[in-house]
Design a protein around this ligand. Structure first.
Ligand SMILES: [Zn+2]
Length: 547
């Protein structure tokens, strides 16, 4: 029988009413429900091609499905008791699968949801061992006993005496006094893996049969959670293991650049540009970089930030980086269209200036009734635009501050993912306001929203946090305060998420839930960099006062 034809069912029995730890199977451990470790392990197996969770609980079923298992039925209450036989649960699952889809597996791999440290290699090895042995009925995982049975006793209450648990005739005299290493090796089933050939269940009315192959697992992998104490130990083990992983990963993997190389250019300090407040507190830390938060108005910025020489060096080293990034994905194109539709509800024609226009992609997305101009500092991007678009000749390779256009030249000024990069956004806004006609629009698009839920939760692991590229972290409130000083009044705001190509609603929510849990458990070190989520990004439309 070839592996690909082999039907290998992973069966996970997970009752809702666990006695010693309430809701044990879905209790969080290291940021995930306990059962998730077992489902993820089964999903990685080379052989397992179906995973069924048999449970009487809707909560367990829902979570199991989130992690990629099937939970197509609820196990009836009368066979879901703490004393219910596993054989009955097996038969119930098999009969259900046979009746509802004519499915009958060749092998059943029973994985215990309480064994989170089990490795997928061990599961695959267990399956291979059983497949190779035609005479065997099943395989069962075991580990060395930590307490030897020769040293076990029962109590004769009547006589008030200890009695050897194993009859004396079955063990050497005085065996209870022997050192552990002198005793014969004894193994205990470790409640991790059972594999059985399906016919054994039907013919022998047993989930093991009599010919059982042993699979010895080590102590760590065997760790099985049954008591509140086990849970505490597992939390500690998990924290240790994950801490090592994150340490190895280091911050540089989160942002794949060597930002420390630029830390010597950190010298620019700012008071709050929104309220001029002088007091602030630490908001996030990333290597040598710090973000601070104004005590007075809550505005967030990198302080100290890179000086001009540092920024020039950084952008030189990464020349064309944004451009290549922009060019490579279709996702961005879809995002341009979302942003275009939003602004075109306000204005559909006239003179537009796109500040930091990259290769001209957003200008291209705007309708042709616009007379299009752009500013871009990256020469490679400018060349691309000039080659590919008719309006390319109108793209100037200079900064906004040096742009030579007369006041009141434009009906629309766009900054798409730009304002957070500028070392002096206040002067930039002054210039934007001057360049606009009265009644003209200023469109700030695809800019991070520092008031978003994820910004607060993730801080330096928020996917919009970058201590060199993103200097100032605005919200609709703070940016609007700044704009108002320049006569630009907020006309509309939007926080695109669901409709964007970056949203993966189920996964995004799952990860946020995990992050919340980690934060509550003081396990921030384990949090991954955040994904797309509600409110992360904002599109703001401002209108210049006057007519
Ligand atoms: Zn402030």
């Amino acid at each position: 029988m070839k592996n690909k034809d082999l039907k290998v069912l992973c069966l996970i029995l997970a009752r809702g009413g666990s006695k010693r730890i309430p809701h044990k199977n879905i209790k969080f451990l290291g940021g995930k429900p306990l059962i998730a470790y077992t489902i993820e392990c089964a999903r990685k197996s080379k052989y397992i091609n179906r995973i069924i969770v048999s449970t009487d609980s809707d909560a367990i079923a829902n979570i199991a499905q989130c992690y990629g298992a099937e939970a197509p039925f609820r196990r009836p209450a009368d066979i879901s008791q703490s004393d219910s036989s596993e054989l009955v649960a097996f038969m119930h699952a098999l009969e259900w699968l046979k009746k509802k889809g004519g499915y009958m597996p060749d092998l059943i791999v029973k994985l215990f949801p309480t064994s989170p440290f089990r490795k997928v290699e061990t599961v695959d090895k267990a399956i291979e061992l059983l497949l190779k042995d035609p005479k065997a009925d099943s395989l069962r995982s075991v580990c060395l006993c930590s307490e030897h049975p020769y040293k076990m006793w029962s109590i004769d209450k009547k006589a008030n005496r200890l009695k050897s648990f194993i009859p004396l005739k079955n063990k050497p005299a005085q065996a209870h006094t022997f050192a552990y290493h002198l005793l014969p090796r004894a193994y205990i089933q470790n409640a991790s893996i059972d594999v059985v050939k399906t016919p054994v269940i039907y013919k022998k009315k047993s989930i093991t049969g009599t010919q059982i192959i042993p699979l010895v697992m080590d102590e760590f992998e065997s760790f099985d959670l049954n008591t509140p104490l086990d849970f505490m130990v597992a939390q500690a083990l998990m924290r240790e293991r994950l801490k090592n992983q994150t340490n190895r990963q280091s911050l540089h993997d989160i942002i794949p650049e060597n930002l420390e190389a630029y830390a010597r250019y950190l010298s620019v300090h700012n008071n709050c540009i929104i309220c001029s407040g002088k007091k602030h507190h630490l908001w996030a830390k990333f290597g040598s970089y710090k973000a601070v938060c104004c005590d007075n108005c809550g505005f967030i910025w990198i302080d100290p930030s890179l000086n001009r020489a540092g920024l020039e060096k950084y952008y030189q080293d990464y020349i064309g980086m944004r451009f290549k990034d922009a060019q490579k994905t279709r996702q961005r194109k879809a995002q341009y269209e979302i942003d275009r539709d939003f602004i075109q509800d306000f204005i559909r024609k006239g003179k537009v200036l796109d500040v930091g226009c990259s290769g001209g992609f957003f200008l291209d997305a705007l309708n042709d009734k616009f007379e299009k101009r752009g500013l871009e500092l990256d020469a490679e991007s400018v060349n691309f635009a000039r080659k590919n678009y008719a309006f390319g000749k109108n793209i100037d390779n200079i900064s906004l501050e040096r742009a030579p256009y007369p006041d009141g030249s434009f009906d629309l000024v766009v900054m798409r993912g730009v304002i957070e990069h500028l070392p002096d956004p206040v002067s930039a806004l002054k210039k934007v306001s001057r360049l606009l006609k009265k009644g003209g629009y200023f469109f700030v698009a695809a800019t991070p929203n520092a008031e978003s839920f994820c910004a607060g939760l993730y801080r330096e692991k928020w996917n919009q946090f970058h201590p060199i590229r993103h200097i100032f972290y605005f919200s609709a409130k703070t940016l609007s305060r700044l704009c108002l000083k320049e006569g630009l009044k907020l006309a509309a705001k939007d926080f695109p998420y669901l409709e964007t190509p970056y949203a993966d609603v189920e996964k995004d929510h799952q990860e946020v839930l995990q992050a919340i849990q980690m934060k509550q458990n003081n396990q921030e070190a384990l949090m991954k960099r955040s994904r797309a989520f509600w409110g992360n990004m904002m599109n703001l439309v401002y209108q210049k006062a006057g007519k």
